[in-house]
Design a protein around this ligand. Structure first.
Ligand SMILES: NC(=O)c1ccc[n+]([C@@H]2O[C@H](COP(=O)([O-])OP(=O)(O)OC[C@H]3O[C@@H](n4cnc5c(N)ncnc54)[C@H](OP(=O)(O)O)[C@@H]3O)[C@@H](O)[C@H]2O)c1
Length: 299
């Protein structure tokens, strides 16, 4: 068995590679510089060369605001890339594990979104990810698309890193308090995907298709920021906690519109694949402990 991990240097890709190594998998992790998923002939040649038993696509164009003015690139990476990967999986007769986002929804629903709810993306990133999902579903039978949200990890730039940096620099921060969603540790998403890989390799029956998976509990960006500062303070990474002022979305304008409610209902993955959600606060603690150990962002 060989697992091909695409987007290996990103938040999720890094966790997938780390955990594949820990599990003793035979895997190949590649990022942009080794394999550009917008180039179909490179993908076909690479897949033929590696001969994987499964592909996990963790690559994406994730700069949500930049996407609004970089339309060609975001659709090339998030729509065409997954299509090309799906075609190469058909050719090799192997499954594809793909990842998508809460941004496919408009956020107007007052309850968590189910897989059967109709998407209505509000920006270029969400639209491109939705078209990527559709391309995979229309091309390949054996696929899992996992929609997740508010991803954080010890790698790269994310909300946790930004809040910790700002908390070190300022006594007061302003954070949006009227958007709800569920933070998700990339380590937990990687575990879910590798659990599915295990089952595929054991030839267990898999119900293919679209699944939602996020951490628990649902929160707001403001409450998430409060938890980050509280945990960092308890770990001695902050000398004092800043005052975090709750503000409304209208007070923090962004190029891309964010869904007001981003919560994803995750019952299907529990029922079909017996996979439970994990408390994101545990993942957050892992990330902070790792940064503390590496002397990253500490006081
Ligand atoms: N981050 C979130 O909050 C969030 C929320 C919901 C869903 N998701 C989804 O979760 C998945 C993983 O996200 P993430 O946070 O791990 O993203 P990430 O940290 O931005 O990693 C994405 C990786 O893909 C690479 N990439 C970009 N264009 C590529 C190309 N043409 N060919 C090959 N690789 C390319 C990037 O390289 P460069 O850095 O060099 O561009 C980067 O290493 C994505 O499908 C994303 O849409 C993320």
């Amino acid at each position: 068995m060989t697992v091909l991990i695409i987007g290996a240097a990103g938040q999720l890709g890094t966790e997938l590679c780390l955990r594949s190594k820990e599990r003793g998998y035979n895997f190949v992790g590649v990022d942009y510089n080794e394999l550009d998923i917008t180039n179909e002939s490179s993908i076909q040649a690479f897949v033929a060369h590696i001969n994987p038993t499964i592909i996990i696509n963790a690559a994406a164009y994730t700069a949500v605001d930049r996407a609004e003015t970089d339309i060609a690139s975001v659709f090339a990476v998030n729509r065409d890339g997954p299509l090309y990967l799906a075609r190469s999986c058909v050719k090799a007769d192997i499954p594809l594990l793909h990842v998508s986002t809460d941004y496919v929804f408009d956020g107007r629903k007052s309850a968590p979104y189910h897989e059967t709810d109709t998407p209505n993306p509000q920006g270029a990133y969400g639209q491109s990810k939705l078209e990527g999902e559709t391309a995979v579903a229309n091309t390949l039978e054996k696929y899992i698309t996992l929609r997740t949200a508010w991803v954080f990890s010890a790698t790269g730039n994310n909300f946790v890193r930004t809040i910790l940096r700002l908390a070190k620099e300022h006594d007061e921060l302003s954070v949006v308090a009227d958007q709800t969603g569920a933070p998700t540790w990339a380590g937990d998403i990687a575990e879910v995907l590798l659990e599915i890989v295990d089952r595929i390799h054991q030839s267990m029956t898999i119900t293919w298709g679209l699944y939602h998976y996020t951490g628990v509990p649902v929160t707001t960006w403001h409450a998430f920021a409060e938890t980050i500062c509280q945990q960092a303070f308890e770990l001695g990474m902050l000398n004092k906690k800043p005052f975090i002022k709750p503000i409304s979305t209208s007070e923090y304008p962004t190029a891309a519109k964010r869904p007001q409610n981003s919560a994803l209902a995750c019952a299907r993955i529990q029922e079909e694949l017996l996979i439970s959600q994990t408390d994101w606060r545990k993942g957050l603690e892992q990330v902070l402990i790792q940064w503390k150990k590496n002397n990253e962002l500490s006081t």
